[in-house]
Design a protein around this ligand. Sequence first.
Ligand code: MTE
Ligand code: MO
Length: 351
Amino acid sequence: MVGVHLRAAATPGPNKGLDLQRGTGKDRNMLIRIRRGWEIPESQATPESVVMARRSLLGAGAGLIAATGTAQAQWRLFGSPVKEQPRKPLEAPRNAGFEAGRAITDEVNATTYNNYYEFGMSKSIVGPAQALVVEPWTIRIEGMVANPRTIGIEDLLKQVKLEERVYRFRCVEAWAMTVPWVGFPMADLLRIAEPQAGAKYIVFNTLADEKTMPGIREGFYPYPYTEGLTLAEAANELTMMTVGMYGKTLPPQNGAPIRFITPWKYGFKQAKSIVKISFTDKRPTGFWEALQAAEYGFWANVNPEVPHPRWSQARERLLGSGEMVPTQIWNGYGAYVADMYKGLEKERLFA
Ligand SMILES: Nc1nc2c(c(=O)[nH]1)N[C@H]1C(S)=C(S)[C@@H](COP(=O)(O)O)O[C@H]1N2
Ligand SMILES: [Mo]
């Protein structure tokens, strides 16, 4: 499977000819020939979606692959037909303690080249994602906590102080971006949630709404999207509950209204549109781990020397410029996180 290398060599950023070939039978009115999703050669599919596509074909659900990717292709050709949800300004003081050492990715690239499989298999889910209803939004806090409860996002935000941090972000598919996120330390969430003494893991479930999400209606995948962290990882000073980017609330496609960010881990850990947070003493199985445990594990820490079974992780392609740069262990955040993994060397820390 060499898709990632081909992709890396292709035009950078979201404006790729590649995605123009994706679409559904519904788009016959478009001027270009639309190749049906299930005709996408494996070499053009993204690594993560290859896993899903295989499963989808097994389940005779090839339509899912084709369900998206159209709106953005039109945008490239004719100007944006996507009416994006308005985003509220969300200015917060930048925490200068976190130097990304790279130029910030242009906002248009970070917000139009996405992985959000509930809305479709391609990178171009901006259009379908606008169906996400972000207000009102509540989060259920349960499991091993002092007081299980449901909290409105406004109430949660009243109890924390927002700040901006510029972090590098690395997807397991070997693309990367640098984003000014707005949010608050997950440590503050732990303080609010009050996990019990025996709790070891925090688990996030994200929205699974069949009314608005085509991927949920398909029913083939182990949704809701689930991810988890050890409580040490959750309390690490890098770990951020994130409600905004580029000085505004998160757009739906990037996980509005709330997701989390662990910049030393591959992107798939960083669950979007969180609706449930639970605490447990059992290691949770993540969405990707449930799909393909041999390729995606619990820890998913970035390491250029541990290749994915199907491609190298040595380098990454920056969204926008397309520049290829070396990947760093822990995505360059070892000074903050490496100590947490001492004594865990027997674990599969990097996949
Ligand atoms: N709910 C949900 N969260 C998700 C995903 C998803 O498909 N659904 N994709 C993950 C993957 S694979 C990546 S790389 C990042 C992408 O985040 P971005 O679209 O903001 O770049 O979100 C992660 N969180
Ligand atoms: Mo990813």
